[in-house]
Design a protein around this ligand. Structure first.
Ligand code: KIV
Ligand code: NA
Length: 265
């Protein structure tokens, strides 16, 4: 099948074909997800939580994102790889943001970058697109601002924040973003934004009215324990599957039934 690019997302929106996206942060996992037929892999800064065990996404660096994205790009034949720009890599200045976006594309081979925020970052977004790099926006719950937001609850419940989100989406759309991630906002608002913008909307905890869906693979495949917000569905139980495999290995080594003669040289 044909390689998915940022432009393909707009074609899929126009055709009414749902866009599927999942995160990945390493070569082996990305290879499985790409071969399974996903449209896009997001190298999310959620790597900070999922890979490194941090409490939030703020500590991860550009160098670390590049390490993860390079590994993912090496594994992907068909899907579009989107790499998150981490906290601090585009908030200081437009020049800084453009420089970091160029570095990420140059050193990883990803097909787009993703950035959190609306009107505050729209000049930077315009500069990155002008440099030839497709940009994905991210509105609603924006985890890089967790200390200001004060928690991971639903966003834009009230009219003022919903209006600000629509203004932000329109500003990003006018700047030419290819897609906008909508995280943890009411379904009706996400559906409305989807009709307002040319960009493809990709929801997480944003209902079924967006152009596509994204989930963190470790959550979607049931690897993480004790994290089951209402928006999340477990499409597999990899935690159980891995536990069974590890315990079978332990048992066989302890019983001295592994390795067998056939498995020895
Ligand atoms: O970093 C991430 O995984 C994300 C998705 C949750 C959208 O930004
Ligand atoms: Na992210």
């Amino acid at each position: 099948k044909k390689k998915v690019t940022a432009r393909t997302l707009l074609e899929m929106k126009a055709a009414g074909e749902k866009i599927t996206q999942m995160t990945a942060y390493d070569y082996t996992t990305a290879g499985i997800i790409d071969a399974a037929g996903i449209d896009s892999i997001l190298v999310g800064d959620s790597a900070s939580n999922v890979m490194a065990g941090n409490q939030d996404t703020t500590p991860i660096t550009v160098d670390e994102m590049i390490y993860h994205a390079r590994a993912v790009v090496r594994a992907c034949r068909r899907c579009l790889v989107v790499c998150d720009m981490p906290f601090g890599s585009y908030q200081v200045s437009r020049e800084d943001g453009i420089r970091n976006a160029i570095r990420i594309i140059k050193e990883t081979g990803a097909g787009a970058v993703k950035m959190e925020g609306g009107t505050e970052i729209v000049d930077t977004v315009r500069g990155i697109i002008a440099a030839g790099i497709p940009v994905v926006g991210h509105l609603g719950l924006t985890p890089q601002s967790i200390h200001r937001l004060g928690g991971y609850g639903l966003r834009a419940k009230e009219e003022a924040e919903a209006q600000k989100l629509m203004d932000d989406a329109l500003a990003l759309d006018a700047a030419g973003v290819s897609a906008i991630t909508l995280e943890k906002v009411p379904a009706a608002l996400a559906a409305k934004v989807t009709t307002l913008v040319k960009a493809a909307t990709i929801g997480i905890g944003a209902g079924n009215g967006t152009d596509g869906q994204v989930l963190v693979y470790a959550d979607a495949l049931g690897m993480t324990q004790g994290f089951k917000p209402k928006f999340l569905r477990h499409f597999a139980n990899v935690h159980q599957c891995m536990t069974d495999g590890v315990q079978a290995y332990i048992r066989c080594v302890k019983e001295s039934t592994f390795p067998s003669d056939a498995e020895s040289y």
